[in-house]
Write a protein that binds this ligand. Sequence first.
Ligand code: ACO
Length: 325
Amino acid sequence: MRKVGIVGVGEYLPQRVLTNADLEKLVDTSDEWITTRTGIKERRLASGDEAVSDLAINAAKEALANAHLNPEELDLIIIATITPDMQFPSVASIVQNALSAKTAVAFDISAACAGFVYALSIAQQFIGLGTYKIALVVGAEKLSSVTDWQDRNTCVLFGDGAGACILKEVKSGGIISTYLGCDGSKLELLNLPAGGSRLPASHETVNARQHFLKMQGNELFKIAVKTMTDAAEKVLKQAGLKFSDVDLIIPHQANSRIIMAVGKRLGLSEDKIFLNIEKYGNMSSASTATALVEAVKEGRVKKGDIVLLDSFGAGLVWGACVIKW
Ligand code: ACO
């Protein structure tokens, strides 16, 4: 297998900011509750005429510029999303056309909050085997389009955004190991019931608010801590590394209490944990992606550093990845 590394990063966050104070006017909640229970202070909302592909295209353009590459040089595009523009065709097809990446193979994957790490792993296999040379991987979500703004249990948690990276063969470093998992026995903990082939859209499904995301947060919380800890341990063991070798863990940003609990179990000091949840909330596949991008932009990731990505979400699915930067 060839060595595969990330050679460019980009992100796009919509302009509109929704603060906890704004949410206090919508539902029975408080800045104090949201901050202490989740770590979130504000989140970004895409505008009515912005779809997920628009967020992804902007993030992709920044990543391509950062990698000093033209779209025509891409031969693989993978978009991780659970909020596509439409059921089909894929967001990846829309992005391919918008970028004029004419020779790129393009498809979406659905792995919720672990989608970005799943997509990285897929791209790594293709490039590692020599099937494709240069890949664009994007985590992009418009969760505001599936959020029930009358449900205080969920509407305070989510936001919109996109993070992108360019992968290609590198001489040294790059992705050292990836670890993916799935437990399909707990679909009821987090899902969007209607709009698919099981419950196509009807007056009844709309009236029953079944086109909005449903979550049993409390149950998921415990599973998230355990699963993310386990995934981090497994992927590091696979990489032949110890936790003392890790320079920065970049976890999925669902809840700062989950992240801190995982960090504590792994014995990582707070300065080795990357957090940006206070600005963006949970953006599902876009969370780990934008957190990686911002860690790089802020200089928290330097050449030679060992970076650990760790994510968990609906499915249930999880994915971890060790990268030598
Ligand atoms: N404001 C005020 N009170 C609230 C709010 C709110 N926004 N939301 C819930 N409450 C209340 C509840 O009604 C409950 O009140 P009660 O005790 O009178 O019944 C109380 O607060 C406690 O509710 P819990 O659900 O037990 O609160 P918890 O501390 O578990 O926090 C949260 C909820 C933030 C959702 C947390 O459980 C969590 O982060 N879960 C994990 C989410 C996750 O990891 N999801 C997977 C990834 S996401 C993806 O894949 C798209």
